[in-house]
Design a protein around this ligand. Structure first.
Ligand SMILES: Nc1nc2c(c(=O)[nH]1)N[C@H]1C(S)=C(S)[C@@H](COP(=O)(O)O)O[C@H]1N2
Ligand SMILES: [Mo]
Length: 358
């Protein structure tokens, strides 16, 4: 096995070591909360090693009182805890047809964690927003060279005011009850429920309230939809909300089963309201059976589902799962193609073989 696709030390499939990019194997997506050591990592640049003693968050721009704040002071502010799913916009890109350019993720760039921190709103209220505020820029401490561009750059993303002021948009210092690890943004990162992962800026050091819309490489040139059916004028449409999606986590691709009864398992989620239904098909989409959906403790988390499969005939089968969300959105057989293959929520199909038992 080559080094580049080997399992990492902590049950992640490593796609790149520098910058670190690693995915969660489908078979280990079993819990509501993904352990930090199992949670996918998507970095654009080397991890900045920040010391909490030297670190501070600077709040500047269109505010009455610019200020800077250490980690201890931040932890003294009223805290909020939310269970939130994070998915990279490039997740499942490896199966986009025709193939696209970019990192060929399978399905491992998704996980759910319990994030604890301070609402971004509280920090903005403390600083006092001026009427001129139109966006809030989240600035990370990482820097590096981006393929296809020249010179060093950082990683910054802006939020519109409604998203910045939403009480569940967090500046998080804990993940599943422990301090963030260096990979996941120590000491502070943003968590933006319902949106793809790119705006969950890690290694936060600056919050700038802007009087003009931000323009940045990652936000306006990279994480954008380009392709037929999208308005390709300028500015390009940003990638924001998660799409309704489900994954079959068991059985895995290529499994050999025996005739009899099996439990098919998976996870499902969406960005604008929770998933309300998952259906499973084992006969090429001719019929669909409703799956059992576990309760969702948080509207921003994934929901676990199971479905019982009685299979009496040996053969080759495709197991498919299709989710529907509260808005009535249903997963498509084939998601609309875009140049970078973002937000691919085509119905997941897992091939298995069934052999006669005994
Ligand atoms: N500063 C910084 N923040 C970042 C990134 C980055 O490269 N630098 N990657 C983003 C992307 S594209 C994703 S999908 C998520 C991934 O978060 P994770 O590595 O904790 O899973 O972080 C986001 N925040
Ligand atoms: Mo991402």
């Amino acid at each position: 096995m080559s080094n580049d696709t080997s399992k990492g030390p902590e049950d992640l499939t490593v796609m790149s070591r520098e910058p670190l990019i690693a995915g969660t194997p489908l078979g280990s997506m079993k819990d509501l909360e993904t352990p930090a050591a199992n949670f996918f990592v998507r970095n654009h640049f080397p991890i900045p090693r920040l010391e909490s003693s030297a670190w501070s968050l600077k709040v500047t721009g269109e505010v009455e009182r610019p200020f800077s704040l250490g980690l201890d002071a931040l932890k003294e502010m009223p805290r909020r805890e939310v269970l939130v799913l994070m998915e990279c916009a490039g997740n499942s890109r490896g199966s986009v047809q025709p193939p696209i350019e970019g990192l060929l993720w399978d399905n491992g760039a998704v996980g759910t964690a319990r994030w604890t921190g301070v609402p971004l709103r509280s920090v903005l209220e403390y600083a006092g927003l001026l009427d001129s505020a139109v966006e809030v820029l989240l600035e990370g401490a990482d820097r590096g060279n981006q393929q296809g561009t020249t010179g060093e750059m950082g990683y910054s993303m802006s939020l519109p005011m409604d998203k910045a002021l939403h009480p569940d948009t967090l500046l998080a210092y804990d993940m599943n009850g422990e301090s963030l690890s260096p990979e996941h943004g120590y000491p502070l990162r943003a968590v933006v429920p319902g949106w793809f992962g790119m705006t969950a800026v890690k290694w936060l050091t600056g919050i700038q309230v802007l009087s003009q819309p931000f323009w940045g490489f990652h936000q306006n040139d990279y994480y954008v939809y380009i392709g037929e059916g999208y308005d390709n004028g300028s500015p390009k449409e940003r990638v924001t909300y998660l799409q309704v999606k489900s994954l079959v986590t068991w059985p895995g691709r290529g499994r050999i089963l025996t005739t009899g009864r099996h439990e098919i398992r998976g996870m499902a989620w969406s960005g604008q309201g929770p998933v309300t239904k998952v259906e499973v098909s084992t006969d090429n989409g001719r019929t669909w059976q409703p799956a059992n959906l576990e309760d969702s403790e948080s509207p921003y988390a994934w929901r676990q589902w199971t479905s019982c499969w009685d299979v009496s005939q040996p053969g080759y089968f495709l197991i498919r799962a299709r989710a529907t969300d509260q808005m009535g959105k249903v997963q498509p057989v084939q998601a609309q193609w875009n140049y970078r293959g973002f937000a691919n929520n085509s119905i997941h199909a897992v091939p298995v073989e069934v052999r006669a038992s005994g």
